[in-house]
Design a protein around this ligand. Structure first.
Ligand SMILES: Nc1ncnc2c1ncn2[C@@H]1O[C@H](COP(=O)(O)OP(=O)(O)OP(=O)(O)O)[C@@H](O)[C@H]1O
Ligand SMILES: [Mg+2]
Length: 333
């Protein structure tokens, strides 16, 4: 699947210590999770609205060209421009895709009117998109990803080390989350490595049934160290820098809450990576209602538990971001 990708074209941010490679540019936070319908768009909408309420200039980007619906969640019915225009080279200036929303400080880039024949941008265009997003005049850019582990989804997820993985407390979602983290991890490793031979071994290890018998990242590390000591060090650095953030959505029981901790320890034991348990959001019928009303829950009902938990996570996310700059807010009411 990845054979058509330019392996040596590294994505901005991949393998670097922190998102926000362009000094002074916005922080990019991708939100994925592998499985469809787990609440990615709902959470992007509400985290974005929470951060905007706190005074950050936020842009929420709908990266799901095949199932675009972020615009609906913020009350925009017919976006006049969208990411599809950028993908089709009808618009080169990403800033012209920005749409104001009814929420102060929150703008979006919608993703509609795609070309059904070629909905996904090629690798080169994706790299360009990530670079352009880093140049937006904003504090935080949240990127809503589609389901699955398509190379386009994984490329977007790798723009920063702190992408959010949304998981529902059900076996299918947990399984997909592991596949998602695994895909992100191996892809990140491959892009970080300079040696062609090492990249070839990583590509081989991506096939779970590879004949070399590489079953875990630790097996892979041994292979890489044997091939090239310097690359072995880079491998370990990449492992340490990758810190996906886990978010459990639609929690109903105390067991569901604990899931975040158990996934975190599996990540540590199996991948050798330190995932962060960002938090959880309880199941709440008001969430569904807010989507139907095309308004973020944190706006409609800021005191309900789900909105309070989302607000808490937004504050956690904001903790490593510079102070709000409301005086330069580009969004309108
Ligand atoms: N905490 C929650 N409680 C109740 N309902 C929720 C919660 N979170 C999300 N939902 C509902 O689940 C549905 C799916 O959510 P959403 O569209 O955000 O999922 P998604 O992961 O973006 O899906 P896709 O992969 O198809 O884009 C929506 O109707 C939403 O209102
Ligand atoms: Mg979605």
């Amino acid at each position: 699947m990845s054979a058509n990708l330019g392996e040596t074209t590294s994505l901005p941010g991949a393998g670097q210590p922190r998102a926000g490679a362009v000094r002074g540019g916005p922080r990019l936070i991708p939100v994925g999770g592998g499985k469809g319908g787990v609440g990615k768009t709902f959470l992007v909408t509400n985290l974005a609205a929470s951060l905007a309420r706190m005074g950050y200039r936020v842009v929420a980007v709908d990266g799901d060209l095949e199932g675009a619906n972020l615009h609906t969640c913020v009350g925009i019915q017919q976006p006049r421009v969208s990411l599809a225009d950028y993908v089709a080279h009808r618009e080169e200036d990403i800033a012209k895709l920005l749409l104001d929303t009814p929420i102060r400080n929150l703008r979006i880039i919608a993703a509609t009117r795609g070309n059904l024949a070629t909905p996904q941008p090629g690798h080169g265009r994706r790299v360009q998109l990530m670079r352009d997003l880093r140049r937006l005049d904003a504090d935080i850019v949240l990127l809503d990803l589609g389901a699955g582990t398509h190379p386009a989804v994984m490329d977007y997820f790798m723009v920063g080390e702190e992408g959010i993985v949304v998981i529902a407390p059900e076996p299918t979602s947990v399984e997909n989350a592991y596949s998602f983290i695994r895909a992100a991890f191996y892809r990140r490793l491959r892009l970080a490595m300079g040696s062609h031979d090492v990249r070839r071994v990583i590509t081989m290890a991506m096939d779970e049934r590879n004949e070399r018998g590489i079953r875990t990242p630790h097996d892979l590390l041994k292979e890489v160290q044997a091939l090239d000591t310097a690359e072995g060090h880079r491998f370990v650095d990449t492992m340490r820098a990758f810190r996906p953030r886990l978010l459990i959505n639609e929690v109903r029981t105390a067991e569901d809450v604990k899931l975040g901790f158990s996934i975190r320890s599996v990540c540590r034991r199996y991948f050798g990576i330190e995932a962060e348990y960002l938090g959880y959001v309880n199941h709440d019928d008001r969430a569904r209602r807010s989507v139907r009303d095309r308004r973020p829950l944190v706006d409609v009902d800021p005191r309900c538990d789900a909105a309070v938990y989302i607000g808490r996570m937004a504050r956690k996310l904001a903790a490593s971001t510079q102070a709000p700059r409301t005086d330069r807010g580009g969004a309108t009411r």
